[in-house]
Design a protein around this ligand. Structure first.
Ligand code: PEP
Ligand code: MG
Length: 578
């Protein structure tokens, strides 16, 4: 048995076959020319094997797609299978191997391209689509020939697997059929890496930052992932695998009970009701959030829709995504945050320039206000998605009153245009801002009358108020949600909002932290937005407290002069185990 140790990024146990995902190689067939003379017989045999494998894959994809999207839409994969058996096309591939002496990869590329171009010349939409299909099949066959992987294989997962990768990008996880993912193991990445965040949102056990040696495992090898300990084991005997399977089953059973209990509202023992909602990244995580007892969504991070692609998503594409999430939520609140890009999140197709201090630079609302071509389509898509749904719009990184007013002006302008175009939207759509810049926290009394709600983004508020980069381990000692300076800012924001009859939520990680919840409750926080798997325990904790107790806790905690003393005080209460 071999053990691999890493960071415990997302709790839970997974047992199952590994899928080694290494998409780094490209499909450039010229870089893969075999050395020495070409053996046409061998190339033809490789071709036949690849065609058989492609056929097998497509049959699987078809079956899966039929269940998911219906017979009619799935039929495209049957058409792909037909290309693999087209005698004229295959003759042409083989001719290029034997006569032109091309390796199988290049013969496939050339022959399929020739047929695709012939179809395109027919100048008809139907045939143009078929040309695209041909190129798609060509890529699949060449991928198999070259042993190369790409995101499509993640989208097409039909069997449960533990995904092992160097790291996963937002677009990898966006494409992935996450229902088939038992666990994640990555060579790189820390607790705030994308893989770790997504794993926690989805409740998938994950170990990250293991080191390159985890890439020695082979696809199909049975793995045990212990996301509690940050441990991965390969080659475990059947007895041990069985033990872990039993632990996994027990955890799932407990989780099922927790999820059922979490469908109750979040009410304190003396009847004070708060909202416990979820942070999500897409429609799949919205479904999961409801299972975990979310009463709505407090933060939908839209930037995942914009990252790792070659061009901006169109208004239509955005509308479809927002509407899909809104449909999952029904009449529950759905707070969608406008694009929070810049800082450490760069769009490859948008030149944002080099900055000395990207976290303090041209990002989020600053960039959007300067870029109507980016902002307006998003606002249009959000408004359109609001029809008969409880969609609320939230602006990130607000630092000044002028920014709020400018953002609202742009929203009004967009509403005006939609009206003229006779396009439906909800004119009462609520508008809120994130409080994550200290200037906004200090000016909360001035900002409150201008908006419908606040949501405190502690992930950034901590880094800006303590002047410590949130991803720099060397200054991590400063990055503390329980620092009295942070607590005072939070208290001030809640009081200012309430004085103006506005409600206040929190969508930074602190909102789901069991140590902090009693204190936040006592400070009067109205809405707690967190990763879905944190919801059941948060609701249980809230139900175990009275508001009066929580208020006393907040008062005591805020009287402590250092973060350590606040922590020691809260830890001494031993509430989080209830
Ligand atoms: C925050 O800053 O607290 C927040 C929720 O936003 P993000 O983590 O996406 O920056
Ligand atoms: Mg933020």
């Amino acid at each position: 048995m071999k053990e691999y140790h890493g960071l415990a990024a997302s709790a839970g146990i997974a047992v199952g076959p590994a899928l080694l995902y290494l998409p780094d190689e490209t499909l450039d067939s010229s870089s893969k020319l075999p050395s020495g003379p070409l053996d046409p017989e061998r190339e033809t045999a490789r071709l036949e094997d690849a065609l058989a494998e492609a056929d097998r894959q497509l049959a699987n994809v078809y079956e899966h797609a039929r269940g998911e999207v219906g017979e009619e839409t799935a039929a495209v994969f049957l058409a792909h299978q037909e290309f693999l058996a087209d005698p004229d096309l295959l003759d042409e591939v083989k001719r290029r191997i034997t006569v032109e002496q091309l390796p199988a990869e290049q013969a496939v590329e050339a022959a399929f391209e020739q047929f695709a171009q012939q179809l395109e010349m027919l100048d008809d939409d139907y045939y143009r689509e078929r040309a695209l299909d041909l190129r798609d099949v060509s890529r699949r066959v060449r991928r198999i020939l070259a042993g190369v992987q790409d995101q499509q294989m993640l989208a097409e997962l039909t069997e449960p697997v533990v995904v092992v990768a160097r790291d996963l990008t937002p677009s990898d996880t966006a494409q992935m059929n996450k229902k088939m993912v038992l666990g994640f193991c990555t060579a790189t990445g820390g607790l705030t890496s994308h893989t770790a965040i997504i794993a926690r949102i989805l409740g998938i056990p994950a170990v990250v930052g293991i080191g390159e040696h985890i890439l020695d495992v082979t696809s199909g090898q049975n793995l045990v992932v212990d996301g509690h300990k940050g441990l991965v084991m390969a080659g475990v005997d059947e007895d041990m695998a069985q033990q872990y399977r039993r632990r996994h089953d027990a955890e799932i059973e407990a989780l099922t009970c927790e999820k059922a209990a979490a469908q109750q509202k979040a009410v304190t023992a003396d009847g004070h009701e708060v909202e416990v909602v979820a942070n999500i990244a897409d429609a799949q995580s919205a479904e999961l959030a409801l299972e975990f007892g979310a009463e709505g969504v407090g933060l939908f991070r839209t930037e995942y829709l914009f990252l790792n692609r070659q061009s901006l998503p169109s208004e239509e594409e955005q509308y479809r995504e927002y509407r899909a999430v809104a449909d999952v939520l029904g009449d529950r609140p759905l707070i969608i945050r406008t694009l929070d890009i810049g800082g450490d999140k760069q769009l490859p197709y948008l030149d944002m320039g080099q900055e000395m201090n990207p976290f303090l630079g041209w990002r989020a609302i600053r960039l959007c206000l300067d870029s109507p071509e980016l902002f307006e389509p998003q606002l249009r898509a959000l408004l359109r998605a609001s029809v008969d749904r409880n969609v609320q719009i939230m602006f990130p990184m607000i630092a000044t009153l002028e920014e709020v007013r400018r953002a609202r002006e742009m929203l009004e302008k967009v509403k005006g245009k939609l009206g003229l175009e006779d396009i439906a939207f909800d004119p009462q759509t609520q508008v809120g801002i994130m409080i994550e810049v200290p200037s906004a926290a200090l000016m909360a009394d001035v900002l409150a009358p201008e908006v419908d709600f606040f949501s405190i983004g502690t992930n950034d508020l901590i880094q800006y108020s303590m002047a410590c980069d949130r991803v720099n381990e060397r200054v991590a000692y400063l990055y503390d949600p329980l620092h009295p300076a942070v607590l005072r800012l939070i208290k001030g924001v809640i009081e200012a909002a309430h004085a103006h009859g506005r409600w206040v939520g929190m969508c930074g990680e602190m909102a789901g932290d069991l140590e902090a919840i009693p204190l936040l409750l006592g400070l009067g926080l109205d809405e707690f937005s967190m990763n879905p798997p944190s919801i059941p325990a948060a609701k249980r904790l809230i139900a175990s407290l009275t508001l009066r107790q929580a208020q006393a806790i907040a008062e005591e905690a805020l009287a402590r002069p250092t973060a350590d003393e606040v922590r020691a005080y809260l830890g001494g209460l031993d509430l989080s185990r209830s």
